[in-house]
Ligand binder design. Structure first.
Ligand code: G6P
Length: 286
């Protein structure tokens, strides 16, 4: 079983958000990785049964945060350090008058991050759990006296009942770069994107809504609405790559699809004192 329940972890490692009506979210402070979002009791995120929870390695599943770099990085680990640093709780889960639950975690530069990337920064990650949705907002503050540049992405692993039934709407007409073949961008002609092999595609200038559907048992239809995330990465390792990954089950590619909202094609430059806000909101449409 994948570890996605609050009872699987020491209380100090997690932030558990519970509306009390079957809508819950669970964040692990290692990487501020969201590892569960349940809507009316149904888990919508994939976490590998092989994921290592040693507070060192990135968690394989949920929503790891790529920052300050998406992809291979000459200055440090792939996808940057945010997903392997311990974050701090700024606001523990707090219910508002509607029953919605808010929590805030953050990460600031330290000796280790400055050793790789010599900038002062603060990341503030705010989660708001509503009846059928979860909004995740990342604000990147440049707390330094010089400009900094970064790419960032929320690397969502959605759970699907069967990859052969999964479709992604909202990408038609976009240009994408296939990271597996490289070369020229290609136009997506399908109104519903399906995945039947190793996929690693960066869709550019995407509209701010994609919809993932899968089913039938259990059926899921999840809208992902984004703000300041112009790029969408669609990734599934498929069988051969799955076998090469130590922290991913050989057959688990059938149960997941990554749809990752990012600002990765053109980096953001932040002048001293400036900030950049980006977010995605998942909503269950069923
Ligand atoms: O294995 P990881 O470092 O977590 O990366 C997993 C995947 O992340 C993204 O989807 C990239 O586009 C892929 O190229 C990469 O393989």
């Amino acid at each position: 079983m994948a570890k996605q329940d609050a009872s699987d972890f020491p209380a100090g490692d997690i932030v558990f958000m519970d509306r009390g009506d079957g809508n819950t979210a669970l964040l692990h402070l290692h990487g501020a990785t969201l590892i569960s979002w349940k809507c009316r009791g149904l888990e919508n995120l994939f976490v590998s049964t092989k994921s290592v929870f040693d507070n060192k390695k990135a968690i394989r599943g949920g929503v790891p945060i790529a920052f300050p770099n998406f992809g291979p990085w000459p200055l440090g680990p792939q996808h940057g350090f945010a997903r392997i640093k311990r974050w701090t709780v700024d606001v523990p889960p707090t219910k508002d008058a509607n029953g919605d639950v808010l929590a805030v975690v953050s990460l600031e530069d330290d000796d280790e991050t400055r050793g790789m990337w010599d900038y002062k920064f603060k990341l503030v990650y705010t989660l708001v759990l509503s009846e059928k949705s979860l909004k995740s907002t990342l604000v990147i503050h440049n707390t330094d006296t010089k400009s900094l540049g970064f790419t960032t992405l929320l690397h969502t692993y959605f759970r699907v009942s069967d990859i052969s039934t999964a479709t992604v709407a909202g990408l038609e007409g976009l240009k994408y770069n296939d990271k597996l073949t490289g070369g020229q961008d290609v136009a997506e002609t399908r109104d519903l994107v399906t995945v039947d092999k190793n996929y690693d595609r960066v869709y550019k200038d995407a509209p701010n809504v994609t919809v993932l559907s899968s089913g039938p048992e259990p059926a899921r239809k999840i809208e992902m609405k984004t703000f300041n995330f112009p790029d969408v990465v669609v990734w599934n390792p498929w069988d051969v790559k799955a076998r090469e990954m130590a922290d991913f089950g050989d057959e688990e590619y059938k149960e997941m699809l990554c749809i990752e909202a990012g600002k990765v094609v053109t980096p953001v430059t932040l002048t001293a004192g400036a900030q950049f806000e980006c977010s995605h909101t998942f909503t269950s449409m069923l």
